[in-house]
Ligand binder design. Sequence first.
Ligand code: DC
Length: 217
Amino acid sequence: MIIAIDGPAGSGKSTVAKRVAERLGILYVDTGAMYRALTHKAMEKGLDLKDEAALINMAKDTEIELVLDKNNKLTVFLDGRDVSAHIRTPELTNNIRYVAPIPGVRREMVKMQRRAAREGKGAVLEGRDIGTVVFPDADKKFYLDADFQERVKRRHKELVEVGMNVDLINIKEDVERRDKSDMERKTAPLRRADDAAVIDTTKLSIEETVEKILSCL
Ligand code: DC
């Protein structure tokens, strides 16, 4: 069984997808973490983020593995190294918009995502293009959304919880910039697949959203 969950930053996808996977006893694949890990590698290597050919070559030569422990904590391995602590900084988040729109990079990521999803007896994948590109034949597709202000508030809370000192204005700009870059890029832009169920999570708790998804299966 393949379940696709797409939506913009702060729509609640990650926590919800993780819980749905846990309840169903299937794999959870955070595709955003893969784009983050790849961006981390490019920055670490000091690559010119505008050099598409270099970024594609790097992507071809990269292995990313996602491991969820029994406490639901995700560890991201980049070429065998745990980079989980480095992939959520505002600077890196801002740089993903140079890496994620490149078609050759996305091709490599999609291959890796399909491989990861097929390792178990089923998977919940979350991202921006799961229902449209990665698994257009997914058994079930969901598109999560929430009001802009609510999404900003959630992103802020998430970052504060991992000990980052960020102010609301910067988060607002970050979410705005990311919405624009995710929705307006030419390759695999964020959009609802025609057959995806839309869930507005603005007024829903995580548990309510999880229940809603499970009741659709
Ligand atoms: O879900 P996230 O915030 O961790 O994702 C980080 C960025 O990665 C997001 O702004 C766009 C990119 N991304 C993508 O282009 N395609 C995906 N399937 C998942 C994420």
